[in-house]
Ligand binder design. Structure first.
Ligand code: ME8
Length: 514
């Protein structure tokens, strides 16, 4: 068993299929993981944030063919496209992994051989259905029938019939092990997803799974190291990124350090792979499960999961231009983040959160207080005593924010930051600093409230918060250390408009209707 280093925080996103550019659904996961990474850095943890692309398999092979490109050329181009999107959205990953990276390929081969050497991978015939969009085998009972033909329940497309010799992984061996983790250990968050997987295993049992494809059918993959007629199944390849990205197999020290506190953020569509399949592969490699698998639900539009196949994609460009750059988008995605329930997104909803919380409550407050500080105090606001009631209120919200963040409840954490801003709005209206000849106590109190809210918001709106900190002359510090009366003197040089209001359109005109 590895020692748990609590000051280490290893966080991952799924590695996405680069068959198309990322959309709001991918941004949703990546922004959430980024907020956790930034929060953990801010409280002083040793963070490693891994994201990347899942570049092998039939799905990629086919889109590359369609584009008239070699798959490698295709995925090379897409890797730059993804990196650029994540740069635009301020995703502060430490490493961008690609499954075509040589160190990753080596790790996958080594793991495959190791498990084969243990007798847990064997050769046998497979016949059954396959969904290329999911890159997943479907057994009867798992797929739906449309006009009497097997269809994928996620993509609603006909499944392909496969009959081939393949290599199987003995998933069935891990039934008791998996049930113990799912039913007794706190790995899957929220727990309802652990129960879901456990009951599937209890009801349907566990079948061994194919982990290879014949090279003449799927050429684009990592060769099985001891049989060049096969390539390794894309999911075995992909899941291994979480290990190869932190040093497996050679850098054992690094692997041990980060694996002891690994957090996988995923959508519920890939829950089975990240629990039943992944925990078993890890066990076969003599490794413990990750610390946490954090599962979220879907963003939906007009009742359907947002995705390319449903044709209801909301583009990241559209969001960035509408909500004043990346911070607005990040805030909205983090604010609607939901682990349990699917969230219906519409511009109407996003506009209203953006306008009321970011533009009015927070942005307008900062602008007003900044302007008053410059007008009334020439921008220099010295330390005054802050009323105990104010300090207590801030301490309560800061504490609740930290607890929420540690429980991955980002949306709830944001509410606490907003509560401080709401209180400050009320305070400015009631104390009316514009009427006083020397409102230094009022303005100092307000600046302290803004500072506290801004520090709490920093992981979500990194650029705007830094801009405000430099305009007002304070530091973004560890939220654990926030104490009021912490700043000796504010020097307000600018009262920026952080979040310009969006014009709300006619009702009914919004996402997906164009
Ligand atoms: O599954 N709502 O890649 P993928 C919420 N390569 N999240 C969504 C979403 C939506 N409408 N649409 C996409 C794969 N996502 C594999 C992963 S990991 C070892 C391999 C997000 O490109 C969500 O995180 O299909 C989901 O799990 C992921 O994108 C699927 O991305």
């Amino acid at each position: 068993m590895m020692a748990v280093e609590m000051n280490v925080f290893y966080v991952t996103t799924p590695i996405y299929y680069p068959n198309a550019p990322p959309h709001i659904g991918h941004a949703y996961t990546s922004v959430f993981a980024d907020v956790l990474a930034r929060f953990n850095r801010l409280i002083g943890n040793n963070v490693f944030f891994l994201t990347g692309n899942d570049e092998h398999g039939l799905k990629i092979q086919r889109v590359a063919e369609k584009a008239g490109k070699h798959p490698k050329e295709f995925v090379d181009e897409m890797a730059s496209v993804y990196r650029e999107y994540w740069r635009t959205l301020g995703i502060s990953y430490d490493h961008f992994i690609r499954t075509t990276d040589p160190y990753h390929e080596k790790a996958v081969k080594e793991a495959f051989s190791y498990i084969h050497g243990k007798g847990l991978i064997y050769k046998a015939k497979y016949s059954g259905m396959y969904c290329v969009d999911c890159e997943k085998y479907y057994s009867p009972g798992e797929y739906i029938e449309v006009d009497g033909k097997p269809h994928c329940p996620i993509h609603n497309k006909p499944l392909e019939y496969l009959e081939e010799e393949t290599y199987y992984f003995k998933l069935s061996e891990f039934k008791d092990y998996l049930l113990d983790i799912l039913e007794n250990k706190d790995v899957v968050y929220p727990q309802q997803y652990a129960r879901e997987v456990a009951s599937k295993i209890r009801n349907e049992g566990l079948r061994d799974v194919s982990v290879a494809r014949p090279v003449e059918r799927v050429g684009w993959g990592i060769p099985v190291p001891f049989d060049d007629k096969y390539v390794i199944y894309v999911w075995f390849d992909a899941l291994m990124n979480y290990l190869s990205g932190v040093g497996y197999p050679d850098d054992k020290e690094r692997l041990q350090l980060y694996w002891s506190n690994a957090h996988h953020v995923i959508g519920k569509d890939i829950l089975w792979f990240h629990t039943a399949v992944w925990f078993s592969i890890l066990k076969a490699l003599d490794l413990p499960p990750p610390r946490r698998v954090i599962v979220h639900s879907y963003l939906i539009n007009r009742g359907l999961k947002i995705g390319k196949s449903a044709g209801n994609v909301i583009s990241i460009e559209e969001l960035v231009s509408r909500y004043n750059g990346s911070d607005g988008v990040r805030y909205l995605l983090a604010r609607i983040f939901n682990t349990d329930k699917d969230s219906e997104v519409s511009f109407e909803l996003l506009d209203s959160i953006y306008n009321s919380e970011l533009a009015d409550t927070y942005g307008n407050l900062a602008r007003r207080v900044g302007t008053l500080s410059m007008k009334k105090m020439n921008g220099k606001v010295y330390r005054r005593s802050v009323d105990k009631a104010v300090a207590d209120l801030v301490a309560t919200h800061v504490g609740a924010y930290i607890d929420s963040m540690k429980n991955y409840e980002v949306s709830k954490a944001l509410e606490h930051a907003m509560e401080i801003a709401r209180y400050a709005n009320q305070y400015v209206n009631e104390s009316k600093p514009w009427e006083k000849p020397n409102p230094s106590k009022e303005l100092y109190t307000l600046l302290e409230l803004i500072r506290a809210a801004t520090i709490l918001l920093h992981p979500v709106i990194p650029s705007a918060s830094l801009k405000l900190a430099s305009s007002f002359g304070f530091e973004i510090e560890n939220p654990l250390n926030i104490r009021l009366e912490g700043v000796e003197r504010y020097t307000v040089v600018e009262a920026p408009i952080l979040f310009r209001k969006v014009q709300v359109e006619r009702q009914g005109v919004g996402v997906g209707t164009t």
